[in-house]
Design a protein around this ligand. Structure first.
Ligand SMILES: Cc1cc2nc3c(=O)[nH]c(=O)nc-3n(C[C@H](O)[C@H](O)[C@H](O)COP(=O)(O)OP(=O)(O)OC[C@H]3O[C@@H](n4cnc5c(N)ncnc54)[C@H](O)[C@@H]3O)c2cc1C
Length: 381
């Protein structure tokens, strides 16, 4: 199913598929067991131009667009959801923010280094007591003569503790509520920044997630993105891009679960015949197939709209909500089709089952996506 992918997009998809199968798959099971993040994989992805899709050539990008990025992301997540994360960390977060809201000096300074993965990125919104309600965050930046002093704790941040650079959302004026939030580019090795891994995760074992503590961190003036008070607007705009990528990863998981299930159903015999012959298995496969196709179409539509320069918040929420639910359902079906082998870490469906759950949570939970969609459909503010 090629939607209307261009030759260039098809070539990029094939390159990503080849990369995932040749460079990620061979060591993946061992890396998963060891919870191992490998920077060299991100570097190799960078060399192939994976993180240059949204930036112009003058910053080292290739401007192939969001749809190209999504088709590549799906291919990587199909092999390992963990390795789909760098698309967001290197590209759809900091880069997209700088391209939309940064100064020329900020773009030149940071975008090339994110594209070639000299710097590993992260984006920090969530706090111990702040998730869906972004405006309830506690972190602050107080302005001084030569910059800002940042304090606070961010939680569940992808890419931590190996991040070099972060886009961090904090209040510069708490009383002004949404209009008092600001966005800063923060050097994650600056004095006062502590990164700590969260070791108690359900899945995504090759993609670190962690906590960041900011204690009187000095942030220079030129690291403020946009104006003071622009943070909430910048954050919501950024989420349109990171959510899209998360939806593309979910499609990769749904596809992987379908492919593994089809192979297994044709091989596994019970009652003297392949289980593929049983109508109830066929029903499961048919549902997985239709849902996977539908989720991909929603992702492609949202990405294509973005490439046309249209605001695509609703399309992204539809894609993110549906793809996340489909990935979880597909993984659930796959584990059932595999029977007791689905319960074993010797087969990949168990890993997809765990990793898929992340899509219902990250970048705004499924409830939050439904809230955005419903408010739009109902014409509510
Ligand atoms: C693997 C992983 C990686 C992550 N990476 C990042 C990252 O890189 N950067 C970052 O900033 N954050 C990151 N997060 C955090 C993630 O974005 C938040 O967990 C998410 O926004 C949900 O917040 P919460 O967990 O605090 O849930 P809560 O907001 O506490 O929600 C709890 C439950 O209540 C529901 N709920 C809340 N409000 C409403 C409402 N108004 N209506 C109906 N239901 C509601 C939610 O849907 C959920 O079911 C990551 C999380 C995970 C698990």
């Amino acid at each position: 199913m090629d939607f209307s992918l261009s030759e260039e997009q098809i070539a990029m998809r094939d390159m990503a598929k080849n990369f995932a199968e040749k460079k990620i798959a061979p060591t993946m099971e061992e890396d998963e067991k060891e919870h191992r993040f490998r920077k060299e994989i991100v570097k190799e992805m960078a060399k192939l131009g994976f993180f240059g899709c949204i930036a112009p050539e003058k910053y080292g990008g290739n401007e192939t667009g969001y749809l190209a990025a999504c088709v590549m992301t799906e291919e990587i997540a199909r092999i390992s959801p963990s390795w789909g994360l760098p698309f967001n960390l290197q590209m759809n977060s900091i880069q997209s923010v700088l391209l939309n809201f940064g100064t020329e000096e900020q773009r030149e300074r940071w975008i090339p280094k994110l594209i070639n993965a000299d710097l590993l990125g992260c984006f920090a919104i969530t706090e111990p007591n702040t998730g869906s309600d972004v405006a309830s965050m506690k972190s602050t930046a107080v302005e001084t003569e030569d910059g800002f002093i940042l304090n606070g704790t961010k939680m569940w941040i992808s890419g931590v503790p190996v991040a070099d650079l972060g886009i961090v959302y904090v209040y510069t004026d708490k009383a002004a509520k949404h209009r008092g939030m600001s966005a800063f580019i923060v050097d994650m090795h600056a004095p006062g920044v502590t990164q700590k891994a969260i070791e108690t995760k359900l899945g995504l074992f090759c993609a670190p997630t962690g906590e960041i503590v900011f204690e009187d961190v000095k942030v220079p003036k030129d690291c403020l993105v946009g104006q003071k008070g622009d943070g909430f607007k910048i954050c919501m705009s950024m989420l349109d891009n990171t959510r899209l990528s998360s939806a593309a990863r979910a499609v990769g998981v749904a596809r992987a679960c379908l492919e593994h299930s089809v192979r297994y159903a044709n091989e596994r015999e019970q009652f003297g015949q392949p289980i593929a012959n049983f109508q109830m298995i066929q029903e499961q496969i048919a549902e997985m197939y239709v849902e996977e196709q539908a989720a991909r179409l929603l992702v492609y539509r949202a990405a294509a709209n973005r490439d046309l320069g249209q605001r695509n918040t609703i399309e992204v929420s539809c894609a993110k909500y549906f793809a996340a639910e489909v990935a979880v359902r597909a993984a659930n079906q796959a584990v059932k089709i595999f029977g007791s082998y689905g319960f074993s870490s010797e087969y990949p469906v168990e890993r997809f089952y765990r990793d898929a759950k992340s899509y219902q949570i990250v970048e705004g939970t499924s409830n939050i996506q439904k809230m955005i969609i419903a408010r739009n459909v109902l014409g509510l503010k």
